[in-house]
Design a protein around this ligand. Structure first.
Ligand SMILES: Cc1cc2nc3c(=O)[nH]c(=O)nc-3n(C[C@H](O)[C@H](O)[C@H](O)COP(=O)(O)O)c2cc1C
Length: 382
């Protein structure tokens, strides 16, 4: 079971990141080992990010520890996601100088724009300092506070625990805001064991949150039952900042139904694993199902992005983390899954996908039905 506080093991080559000062990170980007001046248009305009993005149609890629890393975010963005959110990053880890947070969890892919960095923590001074570091190192478009992670070992330190002590969360939002001119938002569950979402959301808005995302379950529920979209709608009606709704959206049609609940946008997590086309459908209205060839090539591209991004300087040399993702691109080809869940490097991926990469006869698409099996993810997540 994936621990949502766990970070990837990482080895860093000395000196590869030390020069990422605030100035450099904002004004330069890394492309194949050469630093180029970044265009001003790539930079988020302070304090207007969410408002600007919400003028477009589309959906948001959810923060998902172990999933919403740079390659997944890149594919989601290329397919039209309104914005993406990083895996949650420990504020304390960032401040104490954790290379894991710095390199794997927070590092943008070259040219990444429209990515929100999510922080986890419970101490105002630490969060304020972490905001400064995140802004300097990761060039985020906005900062988000995690108020949903129910992992037992971090209870009492932040995440969903803040739903029991919302006044602490309000202090955290104020502290984060004092440290940046970028938008600061929060992502909550409905409550700890009962629904307090309206009260919590109103306090967060009063503290200056520019946007609130609501996952329609309590922390106690974890992933049982269904997300309560009536409760999400009540929050949306009770605050004058935009509310993004999250929970159980597996198809574009389903997202369209949920969009009518008064939310400013919907967020998609598990339903986007192996299915970036859900963002294309919601941003352009193009519901065409991707054919087998497209899906196989996109799975391969995901593996290539993974290799390129993590082999750069982080030492995350294998494709093991993609084993849980690649079969999602090909739910209608179960005979390939045994090989896909054993890949170590790109050659393995090419070999596993070989029967479908050439668009062989029998590559019919009729049975493609994207969507996650929620049970696979059941665990300690926000
Ligand atoms: C594997 C996994 C990891 C998650 N990690 C985070 C996280 O780091 N931060 C967060 O706010 N939510 C996290 N979540 C919650 C999702 O963002 C989302 O709110 C939830 O999964 C419901 O949406 P969905 O049904 O579209 O997946 C995680 C969920 C899953 C399944």
């Amino acid at each position: 079971m994936l621990d949502c506080f766990k970070a990837y093991p990482v080895k860093r080559k000395k000196g590869t990141h030390g020069a990422w000062t605030a100035f450099e990170t904002v004004f330069t980007q890394w492309r194949g080992g050469v630093r180029y001046p970044e265009t001003m248009s790539n930079r988020p305009t302070p304090s207007s990010f969410y408002a600007a993005r919400l003028t477009r149609p589309g959906a948001v890629l959810a923060p998902m520890a172990g999933y919403s890393d740079a390659p997944m975010r890149q594919l989601a963005s290329e397919h039209g996601a309104l914005w993406t959110v990083s895996e949650m990053i420990s504020a304390r880890g960032l401040v104490m100088g954790g290379d894991t947070e710095r390199l794997n969890l927070g590092r943008p892919y070259p040219g990444e724009a429209g990515r929100v960095v999510q922080l986890f923590g419970a101490e105002p001074e630490v969060l304020a300092e972490a905001v400064g570091r995140a802004e300097a190192w990761f060039a985020p478009a906005a900062l988000d506070l995690n108020m949903g992670c129910p992992v037992p070992k971090v209870r009492g330190k932040g995440g969903a625990c803040l739903l029991q002590t919302p006044e602490v969360a309000f202090t955290l939002i104020r502290a984060m805001r004092s440290a940046t001119s970028l938008d600061v938002s929060a992502k909550i569950r409905l409550g700890w064991d009962s629904d307090r979402s309206v009260e919590v959301a109103q306090g967060l808005a009063a503290a200056g949150a520019a946007l609130i995302t609501v996952h329609g379950r309590t922390s106690r529920q974890r992933y049982t039952g269904e997300a309560d979209w009536d409760a999400i709608a009540r929050v949306a009606a009770s605050v004058d900042v935009p509310v993004v709704g999250s929970g159980d959206i597996l198809s574009a049609d389903h997202a369209r139904v949920r969009q009518r609940s008064g939310v400013a946008a919907v967020m998609i997590g598990r339903g986007a694993v192996g299915n970036p086309w859900i963002f294309r459908a919601l941003s352009t209205g193009d519901d065409t199902a991707p054919d087998l060839d497209t899906r196989a090539h996109t799975a391969l591209r995901h593996a290539e992005l993974q290799t390129r991004f993590y082999n750069d300087d982080s030492g995350r040399l294998t494709l093991r983390p993609l084993r849980k993702v690649l079969p999602r691109y090909l739910p209608d080809r179960p005979e390939l899954h045994a090989d896909l869940v054993q890949v170590v490097d790109l050659d393995d991926v090419r070999r596993a996908l070989a029967p479908v990469l050439g668009g062989l006869p029998g590559a019919a698409n009729a049975t493609w039905a994207p969507g996650a099996a929620p049970g696979e993810y059941a665990g300690n997540h926000s």
